[in-house]
Design a protein around this ligand. Structure first.
Ligand code: 5GP
Length: 124
């Protein structure tokens, strides 16, 4: 079910619990600003999620309220993770935002898809 992104941050959401180490993840990268791990239901040969460590519901509140260091640290982490995954021939980034974007987990995450060539921009 898509989330209602106008609700306040829920610190019991699944990615908050992964950040606190309460639930395991298959980690690929971590630094001061970000954590990256493999998606539990991959939709491409490579499907990794990058999340900021701050408590942001989605792209809207992150870009509106995060400070410059958080914004830069997170953005750089997405590029770094893609490079470390060896996706030198390209990849696709996706952020689902709120109800109409069909966001399901209410903690900002960037999807990195790779390992094959993508065609359609939006299938559904
Ligand atoms: P959204 O639709 O919110 O953009 O994407 C949420 C993503 O989180 C989905 O691709 C889903 O497979 C992934 N996901 C949901 N729960 C877990 C979990 O517990 N662990 C991991 N690694 N991924 C999860």
């Amino acid at each position: 079910m898509p989330i209602d992104s106008s609700l306040p941050y829920d610190d019991q959401n699944i990615f908050a619990r992964i950040l606190r180490g309460e639930i395991p993840c298959n980690k690929v990268f971590e630094d001061e600003w970000s954590l990256a791990f493999h998606d539990i239901r991959p939709q491409a040969p490579v499907h990794v999620l990058v999340i900021p460590k701050g408590a942001y519901v989605g792209w809207d509140d992150f870009t509106n309220t995060a400070n410059d260091a958080e914004l830069a640290g997170f953005t750089r982490a997405v590029g770094l993770v893609a490079r470390e995954l060896g996706l030198s021939s390209g990849y696709r980034l996706m952020v689902n935002m709120g109800h109409d974007g069909h966001q399901e987990v209410p903690h900002l995450h960037v999807h990195i898809f790779g390992g094959r060539q993508f065609r359609l921009m939006i299938a559904d």
